[in-house]
Design a protein around this ligand. Structure first.
Ligand code: GLY
Ligand code: MN
Ligand code: MN
Length: 442
């Protein structure tokens, strides 16, 4: 169904972007996400590019957003959308389109043209610009087109002696905006996280030995949608037993065995904001003694990391805490020999904990935003949102690992919003202590 209106924050974001000092005299050119053919005339499901959506709320393919200085040397910018033509025949097959009228009346464009007019209009629009913000390397066809149109713009300027307009990557500016979630965005994240958490809880109750990973994945994804998500934020990982040691496991098609653990890393997405949750629980009723030891170690690391999540802390400090606690466990349980600081300095702990402890989260599961400012890890501030996800993995075939722990893979992941004086755990509705998990596994 087409939207009839959109929230005012899309326009406010364009205004924030174009009022930055770097935007003076600049034209921003953002393409919509490409449609990708799966085979013949069948396409992969379309999802708008996150930056494009963040600035427009417009979710059709074959579109360009151009933010151009209103006048030469002027400080304000106008919003120009190039969109697909309304077409009765195509709309009968593919659904209704907004057309140029909708681009103006619903999405607030100052000017709207057909996508087919982009080539002829852009060189003119660029007159009066001193630079261009455009992300190169994402799409070869677009890069070629923009290169040609910049050359055409230069030729339109006659014998000026000037070079091509310089191209800057808009990712840093947009990343900086997207990194700080507004109250509206925090609310959208709360909703996606709450829905996803309740779906995780549902499968924690549903799963039984003998089920296939795909059956559990289906139940989970059914609940994401049933409870209100549009779809998935990323491909679900539903990994029983040793499959959990594969960090990006995706085949999700093996039978689940009593005595094994099941690691599920999955999140629903709603209105372009998605959760990223991992829980690990027994396929049968209880954790074995060996599983319990590693589980409690990972949980301790996760809880201590969450306790550090407040303004002023940094992600590397949080990661160091996870590494310390996990490395202590590796020594205590006989995985590694030596002392903590040596095992960390020599990165030997990475054999069992090879990934980072968190990443920004929002419209993209690995969201936009700089991790360092002038070479220093940035300090956490209210509105930042990220995951905390320590894990422990004993790779199949690792004969050095103590026997009782072979093939174990465990990760626990929650989504954390930094507040004025601490943090809010957006995914708190999924149980994670062993007692709470086992209570659901009766
Ligand atoms: N689900 C991807 C991640 O946890 O980073
Ligand atoms: Mn994650
Ligand atoms: Mn994850």
């Amino acid at each position: 169904m087409l939207k009839t209106s959109i929230p005012g924050y899309f326009k406010a974001r364009r205004q924030s972007l174009t009022s930055l000092a770097e935007a003076e005299g600049a034209t921003f050119i953002l393409p919509a996400a490409p449609e990708v053919v799966r085979n013949n005339d069948v396409y992969y499901p379309f999802r708008q590019d996150s930056n494009f959506y963040y600035l427009t709320g417009f979710d059709e393919p074959e579109a360009w957003l151009v933010l151009a200085p209103s006048s030469v040397g002027g400080k304000s910018h106008r919003t120009i959308l190039f969109v697909r033509k309304r077409d009765r025949e195509r709309e009968m097959w593919e659904g209704e389109r907004y057309g140029t009228e909708g681009a103006v009346s619903i999405f607030g464009a100052d000017e709207a043209y057909l996508e087919s007019e982009f080539e002829s209009k852009l060189p003119e629009i660029l007159k009066g610009s001193s630079k261009v913000f455009y992300l190169t390397q994402a799409n070869e066809q677009n890069d070629r087109l923009i290169g040609e149109l910049l050359a055409k713009h230069r030729s339109l300027m006659g014998r000026s002696g000037k070079g091509l307009l310089p191209i800057h990557d808009p990712s840093d500016l947009l990343g900086e905006m997207r990194m700080f979630k507004s109250a509206d965005e925090a609310e959208l994240m709360r909703r996606a996280c709450s829905i996803s958490a309740r779906a995780h809880k549902q499968v924690m109750q549903f799963t039984r030995p003998g089920m296939n990973e795909r059956e559990v994945a289906s139940e989970l994804e059914y609940y994401f949608r049933k409870l209100g998500c549009d779809g998935l934020g990323y491909g679900s990982i539903v990994a029983g037993g040793k499959n959990a040691t594969c960090l990006h496991y995706k085949t999700n098609n093996e039978d689940l065995r009593d005595g094994d653990l099941l690691l599920i890393d999955a999140g629903g997405e709603r209105d372009y904001y998605g959760a990223d949750i991992t829980r690990t629980f027994p396929v049968g009723k209880k954790f074995t003694a060996a599983q319990a030891k590693i589980y409690d170690l990972v949980l301790k690391a996760q809880l201590e990391c969450i306790a550090m999540a407040k303004p002023g802390a940094t992600l590397p400090q949080i990661h160091s805490k996870a590494c310390e606690i996990l490395t202590d466990g590796m020594i205590e349980y006989g995985f590694l020999k030596g002392n903590r600081s040596e095992l960390i300095a020599s990165a030997q702990f990475r054999k069992y904990y090879p990934h980072g402890t968190g990443h920004w989260l929002g419209m993209d599961v690995h969201d936009a935003g700089l991790y360092q400012i002038r070479g220093e890890p940035r300090k956490l501030e209210p509105g930042m949102l990220f995951t905390i996800e320590p894990g422990f993995y004993v790779q199949p075939g690792d004969t050095d690992a103590p026997n009782e722990f072979r093939d174990i893979g465990i990760r626990i992941e929650d989504d954390i919003l930094i507040t004025q004086d601490g943090c809010e755990i957006l995914t708190h509705e999924v149980p994670k202590t062993r007692a709470d998990i086992e209570a659901l596994r009766h």
